[in-house]
Design a protein around this ligand. Sequence first.
Ligand code: NAD
Ligand code: FE2
Length: 409
Amino acid sequence: MNVFYKAYCRCFQQVMRVVECFLPWGQCKQILSGAGSVKELPKFLKEQGFKSILIVTDGGLFKLGMADPILAACEAEGMKACCYHDVVPNPTIGNIEEGLAMYKENECDVIVALGGGSAMDCAKGIGARVACPKKSVPQMKGVVKIMLTGHHLPPLVAIPTTSGTGSEATLAAVISNPETHEKYPINDPFLIPRYVVMDPELTKSLPGHITSTTGVDALTHAVEAYIGSENTPATKRQAVEAIQLIHKYLKQAYDHGDDLEARNQMQKAAYLAGKAFTRAYVGYVHAVAHTLGGEYGVPHGLANAVILPYVLKAYGKSAHKKLAQLADAIELGGTTREEKANLFIKWIEDLNASMNIPTKIMSREGGPLIEEERLPRMIDHAFHEANPLYPCPQVWGKPELEKIYREIM
Ligand SMILES: NC(=O)c1ccc[n+]([C@@H]2O[C@H](COP(=O)([O-])OP(=O)(O)OC[C@H]3O[C@@H](n4cnc5c(N)ncnc54)[C@H](O)[C@@H]3O)[C@@H](O)[C@H]2O)c1
Ligand SMILES: [Fe+2]
């Protein structure tokens, strides 16, 4: 890695650190929380004066009937309500445009995202397009492209039904472009949802393999935020608490999906990890994971869960101190920094194995998935997502990224 490029990345990150002090982080105005809290939402929306609601969700949740009681209760309160329910995992620009058309057609004045990161990010994208009708989704890629226009999104309510992405707390919307096979974040404080409903009852129906992988997504947010160099005392506290909760409750939620306390604590963990990384960033794990989502539709949490131990090992000594602190936070033992860091990585590997998460990225048939000819493009996308923005323990070039791809293949 060219020493000048490395210096450029670190300078860029320092500038962002200063810029962040001036960003409007307080977009979230209210949180409804606790079992059954989603039932309070229609009345709450009515009290806020909203008249026409767009619910954004995915086909699976719609079939499960999760949107029905909200739609019915909104109508019973005298509001108009419609539902866009075709969001796909790794949501696309097409999803956003379809949802936008429905928003306009029904003259909506509020968007309610019901689902995991895919539904929440699609809803953010719709809101962004309402705010900036002249900007296409690709033109919003990057940092603060919406805020610079000065146009606010319509109010956004996030109701997370997975405990992973933390999108309910973040300034990011991660969008896929099926034409270019690219998947990229739009980062803008105006995307932070105004209201959040954290009802653990909604996560009880999550199947085991989604509980596990989305839970490790939350863990990845907390770890990448903690070991990066743009922490604040608050993001450190949030990341540590999230990791402690995940250490205590993720396996329990996986084994006993109806354990409401475990579901409640995992929802809190995902939210805290989201708060931590929205300020302190993620790192190379996410940059690589997004390319797997964009190229092959690999679920985001699964990609992160597989990649996380490889990236942490590859950081070597540069991450030992912080990883050792995290090992101490969950009382893994060990004496030296190196030993503690290795115990922390081993804990992640064991946690993955205990929830049947594989150690390689494979096709559905169990064979290799990543094709040699797509590799250069994926490396290029990961490189440009992470550099110069993500404040990782080391600045990596394409050779280091290629090594990670080869390890997970
Ligand atoms: N905006 C952010 O800050 C951020 C952060 C990390 C990831 N992401 C993005 O979020 C997306 C992934 O989101 P996700 O991991 O939450 O998964 P998801 O939203 O794609 O949902 C995965 C599957 O779980 C199902 N599901 C969701 N809740 C359920 C429930 N309660 N019961 C039964 N089934 C349920 C859905 O129908 C879907 O089939 C990716 O596109 C990723 O890049 C965004
Ligand atoms: Fe993530």
